[in-house]
Design a protein around this ligand. Structure first.
Ligand code: ASP
Ligand code: MG
Length: 386
């Protein structure tokens, strides 16, 4: 059998997050947002179905549930409330897609994934109960020549409360199902030809990468490439299941395959840009050398404010870090350090990482720009640029 895992349509999850904020803050204005989302789904359905098709009343029924839900007082468990509301994106998309495939006389079977993927109750970031999920999946997805259609991103606790697996979690759902069912392969359908060596929005010469290893994909994600989340890669790597990334507009094209590759592939340079970076350099006030105890104090504060360090470097008397300029966190972090350290910082910088760099690639990125900091290892070069 084939299992089709469907995510929410367009920007639906973001829209539901907006409605959720209205709900928990009991702010007026939720109804307009709900209506907008309902119209959006209706417009899609109008393009797919005849006027009196049953799908329309089914969409309405889901929106009635949303309205009923937010007419009540939110419980104190905010994350629980979030999952209950935000999961409607996938319930709506799978409803529309399964009704449509059914109307094309294809053998589709709709499955509510909450009856298969069981999780703990860490709402918004639920962890999989692997044993039960494996047993349920093997009992559910059995019919040959069947297209099973189900939701990404959501699951449920043992007591059937809806959970979500973290934003962009639909890829992860596919990986979980592939893992527990020993699938031949997973394909993620996207609006790009595959994994590219740069974001074509700022690098028009971007080219597709035909194949990379699981490890390389994880490395790229670490540096900030918008590729596949490591959480998705891991189960596939464990069972050596191939992952294809393909364009839904051209399904016969080869896309990118991520699989087990021993040794090195000749890859083109891969460019990863992070914008709005801040470079913070920290020196002990007494001009002493920067030592392990200083560094451990700096890290304790980074952890406290949940600041993720994108790059770090030290010299005799200073320790430098580059991170996303999340202003409120950075402000308090610097404020606290200032008692003990001299802190200087530069904002509005860009951090470029080039995997498999060449001297031409480095030159192309840095040419004519001021380099505030750079690092180079055998495979990776990194530049902080103004
Ligand atoms: N709809 C969810 C989200 O937007 C899951 C996904 O798209 O993978 O985060
Ligand atoms: Mg999505």
């Amino acid at each position: 059998p084939i299992i089709v895992v469907v995510s929410a349509m367009g920007k639906t999850t973001n829209a539901l997050e907006g409605i959720y904020h209205h709900f928990i803050k009991t702010m007026p204005g939720a109804e307009e947002k709900i209506q907008e989302l309902q119209d959006y789904h209706f417009d899609i359905a109008k393009n797919l179905f005849p006027e009196k098709a049953p799908v329309f009343s089914k969409i309405n029924a889901l929106f009635d549930e949303i309205r009923h839900h937010i007419s009540q007082k939110p419980s104190m468990d905010r994350d629980f409330e979030y999952d209950k509301l935000v999961s409607y994106g996938e319930l709506l998309s799978t409803l529309i897609v399964s009704e449509y495939i059914g109307s094309q006389n294809l053998p589709v079977e709709y499955t509510d994934i909450r009856e298969v993927i069981k999780t703990d109750s860490t709402f918004r970031e639920a962890r999989i109960e692997w044993e039960i999920t494996t047993a349920l999946a093997r009992k559910t997805f059995t019919r040959e020549n069947c297209i099973y259609l189900t939701q990404g991103f959501i699951g449920s606790t043992l007591s059937n409360l809806t959970t979500t697996l973290g934003r962009e979690g639909s890829d992860y759902t596919a990986a979980i199902l592939a893992y527990v069912l020993d699938a031949n392969a997973v394909t993620i359908w996207k609006d790009v030809p595959g994994i590219l060596n740069a974001d074509p929005r700022w690098f028009p010469q971007a080219v597709k990468i035909d194949e990379i290893s699981y490890m390389e994909a994880i490395e790229l994600a670490y540096y900030g490439a918008q590729v596949i989340h490591p959480k998705t890669i891991k189960p596939l790597q464990n069972k050596n299941i191939r992952l294809y990334v393909k364009p839904f507009g051209a399904p016969m094209e080869s896309g990118t395959v991520i699989h087990d590759i021993q040794g090195d592939l000749a890859l083109p340079p891969v460019y990863i840009r992070k914008e709005n970076q801040v470079l913070i350099s920290i020196q002990p006030r007494d001009f002493s050398f920067i030592a392990e105890d200083n560094i451990s104090e700096i890290f304790a504060r980074l952890a406290k404010y949940r600041i993720k360090v994108n790059l770090m470097q030290n010299s005799a008397i200073s320790f430098s870090i580059v991170c996303d300029n999340d202003e409120s966190r950075i402000f308090y972090f610097i404020g606290e350090l200032k008692n003990q350290f001299l802190v200087k910082y530069n904002q509005k910088l860009e951090l470029y990482t080039i995997r498999h760099y060449t001297s031409e690639a480095n030159e192309m990125i840095t040419g004519g720009r001021e380099i505030l900091l750079q690092q180079r290892s055998r495979r990776t070069s990194r530049f902080v640029l103004r």
